[in-house]
Design a protein around this ligand. Sequence first.
Ligand SMILES: NC(=O)c1ccc[n+]([C@@H]2O[C@H](COP(=O)([O-])OP(=O)(O)OC[C@H]3O[C@@H](n4cnc5c(N)ncnc54)[C@H](OP(=O)(O)O)[C@@H]3O)[C@@H](O)[C@H]2O)c1
Length: 185
Amino acid sequence: MEYVTLNNKLECPVVGIGTFMLSPADAESIGISNFEGKYIEELETKWEIAPQFIQVEAHPYFTQKELRKTLDKYDIKLMSWYPLGHGDKSLISEPIFAEFGKKYGKSPAQIILRWHTQMGFVVIPGSKNVNHIKDNLNILDFKLTDEEMAKIAELDKNERYYHRTDAQLVQFAGWRPTFEKASQS
Ligand SMILES: NC(=O)c1ccc[n+]([C@@H]2O[C@H](COP(=O)([O-])OP(=O)(O)OC[C@H]3O[C@@H](n4cnc5c(N)ncnc54)[C@H](OP(=O)(O)O)[C@@H]3O)[C@@H](O)[C@H]2O)c1
């Protein structure tokens, strides 16, 4: 197995397209990013402690139905990236979000972010707009009903925005943070 040395001198095995700490002595909790499909299957055969979190693309058009079957088995929490569809107007403009927004006095984006939290996802929206950032935090004072959650579930097209090519995966696997490059020179 191939290993990389982190800046705290821990030796981490390279698994699939990333690095992973196997020993509970090394870390209390672990978060991983983008280990989906065959990669999480590979990890499952090697880990000694399951990760607490996985960060992956998720939004109402792509709810990670398949991956969540594995996550539920190990109580791994999902953290959604591109939670607002990376700003895709067609997602934010789905009439259902305006309809529920009117009922609760919230914007469509707030309805989507609330949906994430009620799905049990940790949500990390990106924004460069101070009012949006404030709005995005203000989603804890209302609750979508089961019927409303079911209506939003109907939007699922199992379609991602971001598609990785095999060539990109090879490139990502070779990437090292700047501090590692500096310590090696
Ligand atoms: N682990 C990974 O591989 C990975 C990959 C991609 C992204 N991520 C992370 O995921 C996070 C989110 O990604 P993202 O920013 O690309 O996508 P996003 O959160 O789905 O969408 C951001 C877009 O939504 C708009 N927006 C945010 N709040 C809004 C609001 N309240 N009302 C209307 N529009 C709103 C933003 O515009 P304004 O700026 O105008 O608000 C921006 O155009 C980031 O932290 C990113 O680093 C991780």
